[in-house]
Design a protein. Structure first.
Lengths: 310, 302
């Protein structure tokens, strides 16, 4: 059973007064950059049942972002689509399994990830604290937009039904699923696992493991920057995006998560505005957040919300 | 079942001989950002087969040694971690840790930058030029370097990783313990068609594109099969197998386990990173006589 102490946890994060203004400004800058999508068939990865494409599109600061796009072979009708977002250290996977389930699927490599690092490459560890004292140049400013622009790519595809878009991911992918669902109203269903980037300043006290430990390392060297760090990450904290989510959403967390403290998962969930939301806390699980059980729940959730035409 | 090549030992002896022709020439720089009051972190550059310069993160505990050591052998991913994600940073207060990026991984990606997926089949149709010949040499070079550290207790050296941990321990004396979670090189030619999940799906992709190369791929993979390496390792070993039915699970790893010369424990995954991770941490601590394990576990595992 969930530990009630964890479930009642209150995050320290406060939403900046100009949070919406800040992100409106970022989105305005991004809107000035044409998407310029490219899609190249990858014969090596394509099979009888799934077509695989290497995708590239432009994002904030005119960076070219790579992605993998898969779709069921022989599509004859418009199809629902899933946007898959990657973990912090994960190399973005080819989302063939989603295509085998009948979805068009885009797996994005935001800036700094393999295949998207030619113009921006702070490295790992380092991404989490890259320019963390300045919200206007912090690494995740562009990184978030890169993920959100995956929605624009899906909307550019004639085979994708724009009324049936889902987003999912775990860890960093879970955090990005939250911010994407918040900022892109085209998303009709979101499944977030073990969400990272939620409760940054809580997490660095609740756990001392990487990647969050990168912030503790930074503050040990730069103790005078603590306030600036707190101010920056408040603009990027998934908890502060949560009240913008109106689509159906499910969240799974592990109560022994050693990477993304479960307390932050509870704090996030309590702030999600959507009426149709459900939390799946897994006791006896760590950062896997019960994925072996949860995957079939996610499949059912997306089937319910995305498979039937609207 | 993979057939052990008749020249298996010669293939690897030639590789080790070639590696020996290149001095490691270590270049060691402190990294203040990742240094704490309980451990100092260094970036280490080493020359390996090729010649090729690889990179590792070396952490040395504060205080007087000798200390037990964990060698994190190269993983199958682009990112090099100082210690694995989710490991308590305090692990570095008790163990020397050394994590190596093999050629192609970040920090060792010049001039060769590996793709994931892609690395597993790079040059796979010729055993002599298969990329993993160099990667195995990199893994060996990393362990050789670690064993030179004066702070290290040579009776307590644990090599941790996927296939590369067992392969490294088999080729380079000095590992007293191994934790291995086979992923790539166990019966690969036979098991790959049974899964559609990467990284083994890379083999399926490759053979679909180049079906005429199936036999040469099989021949190359035979030089990398864990079953062929196992008799060369006498380290006490923990095999982290997949859950029953997974590829590979404890059943399919049976021949590897039987061929290992040292004491072996097999742990079948409980499909929980917490339970599996805690099991491995406890096993290592017991093996190297670390008595205060809770103090170096992640907060949510205590």
């Amino acid at each position: 059973m969930p530990n009630p102490v964890l479930a009642d946890y209150r995050s320290k994060v406060r939403k900046p007064d100009d949070f919406d203004v800040f992100w409106e400004g970022v989105l305005q800058q991004a809107a000035a950059v044409p998407l310029a999508p490219e899609m190249v068939l990858d014969p090596l990865r394509t099979s009888d049942d799934v077509e695989v494409f290497q995708v590239f599109y432009s994002s904030l600061d005119h960076l070219r972002i790579a992605a993998w796009y898969c779709r069921p072979a022989g599509l004859t009708a418009r199809t629902p689509a899933v946007l898959f977002l990657p973990g912090y250290q994960m190399d973005p996977p080819i989302p063939k399994e989603w295509a085998r389930k009948g979805y068009a699927a885009l797996s994005v490599a935001p800036r700094g990830k393999l295949r998207s690092l030619g113009q921006f490459n702070p490295g790992y560890p380092n991404l989490l604290t890259y320019n963390i004292v300045d919200r206007h140049t912090y690494a995740y400013r562009g990184f978030y937009v890169d993920a959100w622009r995956g929605v624009d790519f899906l909307l550019s595809r004639p085979e994708v039904d724009p009324a049936r878009l889902g987003v999912t991911g775990s860890s960093q992918g879970g955090g990005l699923a939250i911010t994407t669902a918040a900022m892109r109203q085209e998303i009709r269903a979101a499944a977030a696992g073990a969400p990272y980037l939620c409760g940054y300043m809580d997490a660095i006290e609740l756990t001392h493991t990487y990647p969050y430990e990168e912030i503790n390392d930074f503050l040990r060297i730069h103790p005078d920057s603590r306030r600036a760090v707190e101010e920056t990450v408040a603009y990027f904290d998934g908890i502060n995006f949560a009240d913008k989510i109106t689509c159906p959403v499910i969240v799974n967390i592990g109560l022994q998560d050693n990477v993304c403290p479960p307390e932050t998962g509870y704090a996030l969930f309590s702030r999600i505005r959507a009426a149709d939301k459900r939390l799946y806390p897994y006791d006896g699980h760590g950062h896997d957040a019960g994925r072996y059980t949860q995957q079939s729940i996610i499949d059912q959730f997306f089937a319910q919300h995305l498979r039937s035409e609207r | 079942m993979s057939q052990r090549p008749g020249d298996f030992d010669q293939y690897w002896q030639d590789t080790l001989d070639a590696l020996a022709g290149y001095p490691a020439c270590p270049e060691i720089d402190a990294i203040p950002l990742r240094t704490t009051d309980f451990a100092t972190l260094y970036g280490v550059r080493l020359t390996s087969l090729g010649p090729y310069r690889v990179f590792g993160y070396l952490s040395i505990p504060a205080g007087r040694g000798p200390f037990p050591a964990i060698y994190y052998a190269p993983k199958y991913q682009s990112v090099l971690e100082i210690i694995p994600q989710g490991t308590a940073n305090l692990q570095r207060s008790r163990y020397i840790t050394f994590a190596l990026a093999a050629r192609g991984q970040r920090n060792a990606d010049t001039p060769y930058a590996a793709m994931f997926p892609g690395l597993l089949t790079d040059g796979i149709d010729r055993a002599t030029s298969y990329i993993f010949r160099g990667i195995v040499a990199d893994g060996v070079r990393g362990l050789q370097f670690l064993l030179t550290r004066r702070e290290l207790d040579p009776a307590r050296v644990v090599v941790v990783g996927n296939d590369m941990s067992l392969i490294t321990a088999a080729l380079q004396p000095g590992a007293t313990h191994v934790v291995t979670a086979p992923q790539l090189f166990h019966d690969t030619a036979e098991l790959a068609p049974r899964t559609r999940a990467y990284p083994l799906e890379e083999i399926n992709d490759y053979l679909r594109a180049f079906p005429s190369r199936a036999e040469s791929v099989r021949q190359t993979l035979a030089y990398y099969d864990l079953e062929a390496f196992a008799p060369r390792s006498s380290a006490t070993t923990l095999v982290m197998a997949g859950a029953p039915g997974a590829v590979p699970d404890a059943t399919s790893l049976g021949r590897v386990v039987a061929a290992l010369r040292g004491q072996v424990t097999v742990h079948a995954s409980e499909q929980s990173s917490y339970k599996d991770g805690l099991y491995a941490e406890r096993w290592m601590a017991e093996q190297v006589d670390i008595m205060d394990l809770p103090g170096i576990l992640p907060e949510h595992w205590r």
